[in-house]
Design a protein around this ligand. Structure first.
Ligand code: BGC
Ligand code: NOJ
Length: 813
C-alpha cells in the first residue's frame, strides 16, 4: 500500500492533534465542555453548542448533511482591503498563507494567516461556566499599518433542535433578540414558557452589528459571501421572526508588529420565574452581566484556560504508561482516555453522525461508557449509575434510553432489549472496584423515576440478573427480546413496512423462541461478577443461587450453543440456528465469540481456543474483525435491520470496532498475547493514522464505531466517529487486559497479556488514596506473572493489596 496523503500529525507533548490542511476527507471535530455547556467544533470552526441536551437546549443552529458538508458554525470574517478570509479557511475558502487547527483536551485552536495578518482563535468552555469562549488574537506581521474590518457570526437555533428544522410555519415568526452595547441577546420564546436565553458578547466596543440573517447574508448570497461583509458595512439589523443571528462588527487598526485580543463569549442563562424580566419584554440580564464580568479580559480568560488544562493534567495523571512505543503510549495516555470522557458526557447523542435529536443516554451504552471513565471522576460515574438505574422497571427491564435534561426514560425509543439489565452489573461492579465504595449498593433508587418505589441499588442488580433467568427460551438460553447488544438483530420484528423503524416497531411476540448466545455469555461474565460481589457482601445464599444459574447457563451454551468450530449466535423466532455452518450466509458472528470466550465457556474442552481461531480465520481482515461472515446479500425479514444494510457496512459485516475488544479480551484470558496485540493494533487509531488517513476519512485520533469490512465497496473507510462504546472497550482492554493493571475490590490485580516482542514498561496508577509505580518485565512471555515485589517485599498471588500512599512495584513474568 503506497503512503497516503496526510492531513495532520500528533503532537504528544501538547496532547494535540495538529491539522495542517483544512480540506480533510471529512470534518475532523473536537468536543468542548465538560459538564453542562457543550460544543462540537470542526477543524474549520463548524459545529454548534448546546446546554445539557442537544435536542431540547440547542443554542446555535447546525444543518446536518449540508452542501457543502459542515456549513455553519462560529465564523470570523476578516476584511483586509478587498480580501475577505477566515482563520479556519471556511466558509470563504480564500486560500490561506498558513493554516493550522490544533485539537487538544477540551479546546481547539485555529490559526490562519493571510497577507501579513495572523488570526488565531482559541475555543474552549471554561470549567463550571455556561459559555463558550472564543479568544481571537489578531496580529499584524507585515510592515504596513493594517485597517481590518472584523465580523463575527453565530446563528441561533430556536432551542428545540427537532422543531427548529421542521416547524417553519411557526419558527419564521418567533425569533426575538435584544441588543445592548456589545452583547446580542437571543430571547426567542422567552416571553412565554422558557426561562432561558443566550447571548453573544465581545469585550470591545463595536461599530455595528447584525441580528437578522437575510439582512446580513443577503437572500441570494451564502455564508461564503455575506453581503454585509463583502461590502464592509453592517446593517445594524434587528431580527423579528425569520432567522435570528448574532454578528458583531469591529474596525481594527494594527500597527506593524502589533497584536490585539478580543474575547467573544457565547453564553447561556437561566432565570427564576419571577425574575425573568427587567421591564415589559426586557429580559433580566443580571446573570449575563455577571458571567461576562468573569471573562471580560485576556487575563481572566487565560486563567480559566489554565484551570481547564490543569483539570486535564490531573485526569490524565491517574493512569500513565511508558512503553517506549509512542503510538501505544499516546493512545493510552491521551486520546483513548479523552474519547472515553466524551462518550461518557455525550453517550450517542451528538456527533457529526448523530444529529443530537434522535438519541439520549443509552442504558447499555452509558454503563459501558462509565467503565472508560470511572477512574477519572468516580463521583460522576456514581451519579450516572443512579440515574440509569432510576429508569429501570420493577421486573428488571429497562428503557433503552433516557433524556439527559429530564433524566426520564425515553418512551419514543421503548425498551425490551434483553441484554440491557446485565450492563447495570457491569457498570456498578467497575465503579465499586475502582473506588471501594460499597455504599452505593445501599442507595435507594426508584423504578421508572416514580417516587415511592425506591429499593436499594443492590436490589436493582438482583432483579437485573433475575430478568435474564426469568426470560429463558426453549434451549434454556436467554430470550433476545427486541434485540441484544446488536440492536439490528431483530428476531421478533418481521417488518415489510419501510415506514416503520426496526428499533421501535411492535415485536410480533414478546416471549417466543428467539434466544441469544451473546446474552448468554454476557450473563455468565456479569453473573460471575455478581457472585463475587455477593460473597464480598456476605450474601452467601444469593451467591449460591446465582452460581447455580451461571452454571446452568454454561451447560446450556455447551449443549445447544456450540456449532463445532465456534459459538452459535442465536436461535430465531422459529427456533432455527443463526450463525451456524448450516446457514447459507452469516455462518459466524463476532458477538457470541467475544462474550463466550470472555466467559471462558468450555475452555477446558477447547471451545475457547477454537472460537478464537475461527475469528482469525473467518472474521479478521486488514482493518480488523468483521461482525459476521459471509455478509448477508439479501434482506431476511426474520432477522430485521441487520440484513437491511449493504454488505460490509454497519451491523452487516462491518468492522464494528466496539466488539473487536471482546475477542481481544478473550485472547488475553486465553493467554494468546501475540494474537491479542495484532487484533488490537489493527483498530488502534494511531496505527491507522500512520497508514490510512485518506481511506479512513474520519478523525485519526479517535476510534469510530464502524470501519467498512472486507465485503464492502471500500474496505477500510471509517464512519460514525467519536460516540461509540469502542472507546470504553479499547480502554478496558488495553489498561486491564493487555497492560494488565486491573482494579479489584481489595487491590490491583496484575495480569498482563503481551506480544512476545514486548519490552519492559512502567505504569503509574493512582488508585483510591494510593499511587503505584508498577514496572513490568515481560521477559518474552505473553502471559503469566511469576513474581510481584511490592516496596521490596514479595507478594503472594497477583493482587497488590490496597494501602494508601506511594508504592513501587516490580513484576516479573
Ligand atoms: C444502527 C445501530 C444502532 C441503532 C439504534 C441502527 O440503525 O445500525 O448501530 O444501535 O440504530 O439507534
Ligand atoms: C450502537 C448502539 O449505540 C449500541 O448500543 C449498540 O449495541 C450497537 N450500535 C450495535 O447495534
Amino acid at each position: 500500500m503506497e503512503q497516503q496523503k496526510r492531513y495532520g500529525h500528533f503532537d504528544d507533548q501538547h496532547r494535540e492533534y495538529v491539522i495542517t490542511d483544512p480540506q480533510t476527507p471529512w470534518p475532523w471535530i473536537n468536543y468542548l465542555g465538560n459538564e453542562d455547556f457543550f460544543s462540537l467544533i470542526s477543524n474549520t470552526a463548524g459545529g454548534y453548542s448546546f446546554y445539557k441536551d442537544a435536542k431540547f437546549r440547542r443554542i446555535t443552529r447546525y444543518r446536518y448533511n449540508n452542501v457543502p458538508m459542515d456549513n455553519g458554525g462560529r465564523y470570523f470574517y476578516i476584511k483586509d482591503g478587498d480580501t475577505v478570509w477566515n482563520p479556519g479557511w471556511k466558509p470563504c475558502k480564500t486560500p490561506l498563507d498558513f493554516y493550522e487547527c490544533r485539537h487538544g483536551m477540551s479546546y481547539t485552536r485555529i490559526t490562519g494567516k493571510k497577507n501579513g495578518v495572523e488570526a488565531s482563535v482559541l475555543f474552549f468552555v471554561p470549567l463550571k461556566k455556561w459559555c463558550e469562549v472564543q479568544k481571537l488574537t489578531l496580529k499584524n506581521e507585515s510592515k504596513e499599518v493594517k485597517q481590518l474590518k472584523l465580523f463575527s457570526f453565530e446563528e441561533w437555533c430556536l432551542w428545540n433542535a427537532a422543531t427548529d428544522m421542521e416547524n417553519f410555519q411557526r419558527n419564521f415568526s418567533t425569533g426575538e433578540v435584544e441588543i445592548e452595547g456589545s452583547t446580542i441577546y437571543h430571547k426567542t420564546e422567552y416571553r412565554e414558557r422558557r426561562n432561558h436565553y443566550a447571548f453573544y458578547h465581545v469585550n470591545a466596543p463595536i461599530q455595528g452589528f447584525d441580528t437578522d440573517r437575510e439582512t446580513f447574508v443577503g437572500l441570494y448570497n451564502e455564508f461564503a459571501d455575506p453581503q454585509a461583509v463583502m461590502e464592509g458595512k453592517p446593517r445594524n439589523s434587528h431580527a423579528h421572526g425569520w432567522s435570528p443571528i448574532a454578528s458583531h462588527y469591529i474596525e481594527v487598526t494594527l500597527q506593524p508588529g502589533e497584536s490585539k485580543d478580543f474575547v467573544f463569549l457565547l453564553g447561556y442563562i437561566e432565570n427564576e420565574q419571577d425574575e425573568k424580566f427587567e421591564a415589559l419584554q426586557v429580559i433580566n440580564k443580571k446573570k449575563a452581566h455577571a458571567l461576562i464580568a468573569e471573562l471580560d479580559t485576556t487575563e481572566k480568560v487565560d486563567k480559566a484556560f489554565a484551570e481547564l488544562c490543569a483539570l486535564w493534567d490531573n485526569l490524565l495523571n491517574i493512569y500513565k504508561v511508558r512503553t517506549g512505543n509512542d503510538k501505544l503510549d499516546r493512545m493510552v495516555n491521551i486520546w483513548n482516555q479523552y474519547q472515553c470522557m466524551v462518550t461518557f458526557n455525550f453517550s450517542r447523542s451528538a456527533s457529526f453522525f448523530e444529529s443530537g435529536v434522535g438519541r439520549g443516554m443509552g442504558f447499555r451504552d452509558s454503563n459501558q461508557d462509565l467503565v472508560g471513565f470511572v477512574h477519572q471522576i468516580p463521583p460522576r460515574a456514581r451519579q450516572r449509575i443512579i440515574d440509569i438505574a432510576s429508569t429501570q422497571f420493577p421486573d428488571g427491564g429497562c428503557y433503552h434510553q433516557y433524556q439527559p435534561l429530564t433524566k426520564r426514560g425515553n418512551n419514543d425509543i421503548g425498551g425490551g432489549f434483553n441484554d440491557d439489565p446485565c450492563w447495570l452489573i457491569f457498570g456498578t461492579v467497575a465503579y465499586i472496584k475502582e473506588t471501594g465504595d460499597f455504599s452505593i449498593l445501599d442507595e435507594m433508587v426508584p423504578f421508572d423515576n416514580q417516587p415511592g418505589t425506591e429499593v436499594t441499588l443492590f436490589e436493582h442488580l438482583k432483579i437485573s440478573m433475575n430478568h435474564v433467568i426469568n426470560n429463558l427460551g426453549p434451549h434454556l438460553l436467554p430470550l433476545i427480546g427486541r434485540a441484544d447488544w446488536n440492536d439490528c438483530l431483530n428476531l421478533n420484528c418481521f417488518s415489510w413496512d419501510p415506514n416503520e423503524s426496526f428499533q421501535t416497531t411492535e415485536n410480533v411476540s414478546e416471549g417466543t423462541k428467539a434466544e441469544s448466545l451473546m446474552i448468554a455469555g454476557l450473563f455468565v461474565v456479569t453473573g460471575k461478577d455478581y457472585v463475587a460481589l455477593c460473597k464480598k457482601l456476605g450474601k452467601t445464599d444469593e451467591a449460591a443461587r446465582m452460581q447455580k444459574a451461571v452454571d446452568a447457563m454454561i451447560a446450556a451454551v455447551k449443549k445447544d450453543g456450540w456449532d463445532g468450530e465456534w459459538y452459535l449466535r442465536a436461535y430465531d423466532f422459529y427456533g432455527r440456528k443463526i450463525g451456524s455452518n448450516e446457514c447459507d450466509e452469516a455462518k459466524i458472528f463476532i458477538e457470541s465469540q467475544g462474550w463466550c470466550t470472555m466467559a471462558e465457556i468450555g475452555a477446558e474442552d477447547g471451545m475457547v481456543a477454537k472460537s478464537l481461531d475461527s475469528c482469525k480465520k473467518y472474521l479478521e481482515c486488514e482493518h480488523g474483525m468483521v461482525l459476521n461472515n459471509p455478509a448477508f446479500s439479501k434482506y431476511i425479514y426474520e432477522y430485521g435491520e441487520i440484513s437491511s444494510y449493504p454488505e460490509g457496512y454497519k451491523e452487516n459485516a462491518g468492522i464494528f470496532c466496539h466488539n473487536n475488544p471482546w475477542v481481544i479480551i478473550g485472547e488475553c484470558l486465553a493467554g494468546r498475547g501475540n494474537d491479542a496485540w495484532s487484533h488490537y493494533a489493527k483498530i488502534l487509531p494511531s496505527y491507522v493514522e500512520e497508514k490510512y488517513q485518506t481511506l479512513h476519512k474520519v478523525e485519526p485520533y479517535v476510534n469510530c464505531q464502524m470501519v467498512a469490512g472486507k465485503d464492502a465497496f471500500k474496505p477500510g473507510e471509517g464512519k460514525n466517529s467519536w460516540l461509540t462504546g469502542t472507546a470504553a472497550w479499547m480502554w478496558y482492554t488495553v489498561s486491564e487486559f493487555i497492560l494488565g493493571i486491573k482494579p479489584d475490590y481489595d487491590g490491583i490485580r496484575i495480569d498482563p497479556c503481551l506480544p512476545e516482542t514486548a519490552t519492559d514498561y512502567t505504569v503509574n496508577r493512582k488508585f483510591r488514596e494510593a499511587d503505584y509505580e508498577i514496572t513490568i518485565h515481560p521477559n518474552g512471555q505473553q502471559k503469566g506473572v511469576k513474581s510481584i515485589v511490592l516496596d521490596g517485599k514479595n507478594v503472594d498471588g497477583t493482587v497488590i493489596p490496597y494501602a494508601p500512599g506511594k508504592h513501587v512495584v516490580e513484576v516479573t513474568m
